[in-house]
Design a protein around this ligand. Structure first.
Ligand SMILES: Cc1cc2nc3c(=O)[nH]c(=O)nc-3n(C[C@H](O)[C@H](O)[C@H](O)COP(=O)(O)OP(=O)(O)OC[C@H]3O[C@@H](n4cnc5c(N)ncnc54)[C@H](O)[C@@H]3O)c2cc1C
Length: 459
C-alpha cells in the first residue's frame, strides 16, 4: 500500500509564488510540502550559464518602482539590483532605415509621432478608470470585453506606421497579437501594473532594474530554506478533496494529504490536473479562456557591449514586417566584461520561429541584431534562446491573457478558493498581474486565506 505523507498545507509549484507561499507558511509554524514538477525551482524565472561562466536570465528579469516585496525579499537574501543600461541613443528601424532617438516614443515623422503619442495617451486615459480588483465592474466593461485590442487600434489610428508601432508595443507587453487580446484584459493588465507608460518605460518603469546573478537566484535562495519541504520531480496529477482536506497524487506515485492546498501553477497547467470532485465549470471554463502568450527570448553574448562605443543604448524597435525581433535591450550584467544583446520573438513570429531549427533561428535573430547594430552583431561568442511555449511545465509566457468575453463572464472567479483549494501564482494577482511582484502578492493572499481558516477552525 502507498504510504501517505501528511502535512498541514500542500503547495503545488516551486516558482516564485509557490516558494514564497511555502516560506510564509513555514514561518507561521505550519508543516508544508512543496511539490514541483521540474528538477529545478524557479518556474518562469531561469538562469542560463554561458560557456565562460556568466549567467543570464532567460525568463523574467526586470523589476521596477512599486515592486516593493521583490526589493524587500532580495534585500533579505542579500541579492543586489542594478539599473538596466540606458545610456546613449535608442534606434528605430523603419523601411530598411535606421534612425536614432531618445526617450520612450520612437522618432517617426511628426504626424506619425503625434498619432502614436496620442494612442498611448488615450489608452492610458482608459486604463486610469479601471479597478484591477474588479475590472468587470467598469461601466464600459462589456463593450471593451467584446472587442479585441486590434479593433481598438483600427478605430484609433489613421497612420499605418503609428498602427504598426502600437502593435509592437502590445506584442512586447503581452506576447500575443492584438487580434487575440480582449481590450478589457489589456486595460486591466496595464492598470494592474500602473499604466501602459509604466510597462514600456525603463527609468521609473517596469524595465528599470535587473538582479545581479539573475532572478532565479532569489528562488534558489528561498528553496535553500525549504530543503525539508521541497520535493522536486513531483508533478501533481490528481487532487482529491472534500470538506476535511485534500489528497494529492504525483506522477511518480507519491501521495500526500493535508488540510489545505495552495496551487501556484499557471491556468493552462491547472487544466492538466484531475480534480475529484471535478472543478466547478466556472473555474475550468475560465482556465480554458486563459492561454499563455508566445515568446522566445534570445540573448547573444559578445566580447564587449560594442554598441555602447557607438553611443547606443542597445534598445531598438523595428517596424518592418520581415523582422522576427521587434525590440531589443542591452542585457549586459553590470560589472561583467562581456556584452549581452537581448531580443524577444513574440506572438505569431514566436509560433513560426519556434518550429524552425535552433541554427536557423539563431542565424535569423543575429541577422536582425546586425541590421540594428552592424555586422559585428553577426559573430557573438555565445548565444542562447528559450522558447517558453515548448517548456512542458509552463507552455507559454510571460503570463496568461484573457481573450474576448473572459473577464466579464469568468474574471470574478480568478482567485476564489474551491473548498480547501486556494489559488496563488501571478495569474491570480489583482496588482502586478503577470509579474514577479504579482506572484509574491498572490502567494501572500492565498497564505492569509489558509491561515485565517485554520485559526477559525481552532476557534
Ligand atoms: C521570457 C519571460 C520574461 C518575463 N519578464 C518578466 C520581467 O521582466 N519581470 C517580471 O516581473 N516578470 C517577468 N516575467 C513573468 C514572471 O517570470 C512570472 O510572473 C513569474 O515568474 C511567475 O511566477 P509563478 O510562481 O506565479 O509561476 P511559475 O514561475 O510558472 O511557477 C509555476 C511552477 O509550477 C510548476 N508546475 C507546473 N505544473 C505543475 C504540476 N502539475 N505539479 C507540480 N508543479 C507544477 C512549474 O514547473 C513551475 O515551477 C517573464 C516571464 C518570462 C518567461
Amino acid at each position: 500500500m502507498t504510504k501517505v505523507k501528511k502535512a498541514d498545507v500542500i503547495v503545488i509549484g516551486a516558482g516564485l509564488s509557490g516558494l514564497h507561499a511555502a516560506s510564509l507558511l513555514k514561518r507561521n509554524g505550519k508543516r508544508v510540502v512543496l511539490l514541483e514538477a521540474r528538477d529545478r525551482v524557479g518556474g518562469r524565472s531561469l538562469n542560463h550559464q554561458f560557456a565562460n561562466g556568466d549567467l543570464v536570465d532567460v525568463g523574467g528579469q526586470w523589476i521596477g518602482p512599486g515592486h516593493d516585496q521583490m526589493y524587500e525579499l532580495l534585500k533579505q537574501h542579500q541579492l543586489k539590483t542594478y539599473p538596466l543600461y540606458d545610456g546613449g541613443k535608442n534606434l528605430i528601424y523603419l523601411r530598411q532605415k535606421i534612425t536614432e532617438y531618445s526617450g520612450t516614443i520612437p522618432k517617426l515623422n511628426i504626424a506619425q509621432t503625434l498619432q502614436l503619442g496620442w494612442m498611448l495617451w488615450r489608452f492610458d486615459k482608459l486604463v486610469s478608470g479601471i479597478n484591477p480588483a474588479a475590472p468587470y465592474e467598469h461601466a464600459q466593461a462589456s463593450k471593451w470585453d467584446s472587442m479585441t485590442v486590434q479593433t481598438w487600434i483600427n478605430r484609433n489610428s489613421i497612420s499605418e506606421t503609428a498602427r504598426k508601432a502600437f502593435t509592437i508595443v502590445i506584442k512586447a507587453v503581452f506576447t500575443v497579437e492584438p487580434k487575440e487580446l480582449s481590450m478589457l484584459h489589456a486595460l486591466f493588465y496595464a492598470k494592474s501594473n500602473c499604466s501602459l507608460d509604466y510597462l514600456i518605460s525603463v527609468n521609473g518603469g517596469a524595465q528599470q532594474d535587473r538582479i545581479h546573478g539573475g532572478s532565479q537566484g532569489l528562488c534558489l535562495a528561498l528553496a535553500k530554506q525549504l530543503s525539508e519541504e521541497l520535493e522536486l520531480n513531483h508533478p501533481v496529477t490528481l487532487v482529491e478533496h472534500d470538506q476535511d482536506g485534500v489528497t494529492v497524487t504525483c506522477k511518480n506515485g507519491a501521495v500526500y494529504s493535508a488540510a489545505h492546498l495552495i496551487s501556484a501553477i499557471p491556468p493552462n497547467r491547472l487544466l492538466r490536473i484531475d480534480f475529484d470532485p471535478i472543478m466547478p465549470s466556472t473555474k475550468d471554463q475560465m482556465w480554458q479562456r486563459m492561454p499563455a502568450g508566445s515568446c522566445i527570448k534570445c540573448v547573444a553574448q559578445y566580447e564587449t557591449p560594442f554598441w555602447r562605443d557607438k553611443g547606443l543604448s542597445g534598445q531598438s524597435i523595428g517596424l518592418d514586417d520581415d523582422l522576427l525581433v521587434n525590440v531589443t535591450f542591452d542585457n549586459t550584467e553590470k560589472g561583467k566584461t562581456s556584452g549581452l544583446l537581448m531580443g524577444f520573438i513574440e506572438g505569431d513570429s514566436a509560433r513560426y520561429w519556434g518550429q524552425k531549427s535552433d541554427a536557423d533561428r539563431k542565424q535569423a535573430v543575429l541577422s536582425v541584431f546586425a541590421k540594428y547594430f552592424g555586422q559585428q552583431a553577426l559573430t557573438p561568442i555565445d548565444y542562447v534562446d528559450k522558447d517558453w511555449s515548448s517548456e512542458e511545465w509552463t507552455r507559454g509566457c510571460y503570463a496568461a491573457s484573457f481573450g474576448v468575453g473572459g473577464w466579464t463572464e469568468f474574471g470574478r472567479h480568478l482567485a476564489t478558493p474551491i473548498g480547501r483549494i486556494h489559488f496563488a501564482g501571478t495569474e491570480t494577482a489583482s496588482d502586478w498581474y503577470g509579474y514577479f511582484e504579482g506572484a509574491l502578492q498572490a502567494a501572500e493572499r492565498a497564505v492569509n486565506e489558509v491561515l485565517e481558516l485554520i485559526k477559525k477552525r481552532r476557534g
